[in-house]
Design a protein around this ligand. Structure first.
Ligand SMILES: NC(=O)c1ccc[n+]([C@@H]2O[C@H](COP(=O)([O-])OP(=O)(O)OC[C@H]3O[C@@H](n4cnc5c(N)ncnc54)[C@H](OP(=O)(O)O)[C@@H]3O)[C@@H](O)[C@H]2O)c1
Length: 344
């Protein structure tokens, strides 16, 4: 480019004119190329990260974490009335190939048909999870991106403790079968494109925030001095939205191919979970009255014996460690406090 000059602009926060490294945070980086007469002819923002499924619980968590780290994020939505420069329309069902805007080199595919009942009864859910999402992943790979596909612990069926990242699947319910088949279809497409070095699959355990059932009812009961009745026979290994968001942001930054897991360090019952929260809140343990889903006549679709995922490979390659039960309780109580103060 004859006679042109490249200028690097860095936007920064700080506490004074002379900043130490720990006093500023890079918000965005732009490269502008100017002609000799001062006209800007090229503007290249720092490559953006694309999150497919920005309105989902998990999508919102990773977007918040990425933005907090200064990344330029583009999110997809099906809600046309919410489109803006940071939100693009994408619906798997409209049959169109999604053309990624210039400057994006990474996508995380979070959106899916997630409702257990819908997966059992609506044939379109299977089409979304097993055909349309793998097709989208293939297209993103063909357009040169590195792709992370979000999957679930339920692909392992829940009969064996701590399945490793590359262990075989034993899915039981329709949702788990569809996610497992979706993973296989994605691996097949990406393998045929000789691009397995640009794919990772990240499986998550249950994601909680203070708004996820049964927490709003538990907090309300305790506030009124009433007991709660958690299930002894329901086991999980939950993550918080805050933990999942940050861990996924790290995975988006590192872009390591292969399978990864994010999990709590323990398999706990809802009774254990209630006690962990009560300890942190200073609630009388007498306000926890254990029961079972069977005793209450409640049919629970996915009732694993073991929910936690082995994270050895993930920890070795990314440094991300499983979430502890104490931190789980701490994060949820902080979220509850923020909600009651109208902060979140
Ligand atoms: N939440 C958990 O505890 C958990 C645990 C393990 C794994 N996961 C995995 O994490 C991912 C996100 O789960 P989530 O619970 O956060 O999801 P969610 O809150 O149920 O949201 C699902 C999202 O998918 C979008 N979607 C559905 N059909 C679509 C279509 N045809 N085209 C475009 N978007 C579509 C929905 O869009 P609308 O908002 O427009 O409906 C919604 O935003 C899923 O892959 C799930 O399997 C979640």
């Amino acid at each position: 480019m004859n006679g042109s000059a490249a200028i690097l602009l860095i936007a920064a926060f700080g506490t004074g004119p002379l900043l130490r490294r720990d006093q500023y945070r890079v918000l965005s980086v732009s490269i502008h190329v100017f002609r000799d007469d001062g006209i800007c002819i090229v503007t290249a923002d720092k490559p953006k990260i694309l999150i497919i499924g920005g309105d989902s619980l998990v999508g919102a968590s990773v977007i918040a974490a990425l933005k907090g780290r200064g990344h330029n994020v583009l999110a997809s939505t099906r809600r046309k009335d919410t489109l803006d420069p940071g939100r693009v329309f994408l619906d798997f069902e409209n049959g169109e190939t999604y053309r990624v805007p210039n400057g994006i080199e990474y996508a995380m595919v979070v959106a899916a048909a997630t409702d257990y009942d819908r997966c059992e009864t609506d044939p379109l859910a299977r089409v979304i999870n097993v055909e349309l999402i793998p097709k989208l992943v293939g297209s993103l790979i063909e357009q040169g991106l590195f792709v992370t596909f979000i999957s679930t612990n339920s692909v392992f069926g829940g009969e064996r403790p701590w399945p490793k990242e590359d262990d075989p699947h034993f899915p039981d319910i329709a949702y788990a079968r569809q996610k497992s088949e979706g993973e296989a279809a994605i691996r097949d497409i990406v393998g045929r494109l000789n691009a397995t070095d640009r794919l990772n699959i990240v499986r998550l355990t249950k994601i909680m925030n203070a708004g996820v059932s049964p927490l709003p009812a538990w907090f309300a009961s305790w506030q009124g001095g009433d007991p709660i009745e958690p299930f002894e026979d329901l086991i999980f290994a939950p993550l918080t939205v805050a933990f999942a968001g940050h861990a996924l942001a790290t995975i988006a930054e590192k872009r390591i191919p292969g399978n990864m897991h994010l999990s709590n360090a323990e398999n706990i019952s809802y009774v254990d979970f209630a006690h962990a929260l009560a300890r942190r809140l200073g609630i009388d343990p007498g306000l926890i009255k254990p029961t079972t889903s069977v005793a209450k006549g409640i049919n629970i679709a996915f009732k694993p014996r073991y929910s936690g995922l082995g994270m050895a490979r993930t920890t070795q390659l990314t440094g991300i460690k499983p979430l502890g039960v104490d931190q789980l309780a701490g994060d949820l109580i902080a979220d509850q406090k923020a909600r009651s103060e109208g902060i979140s």
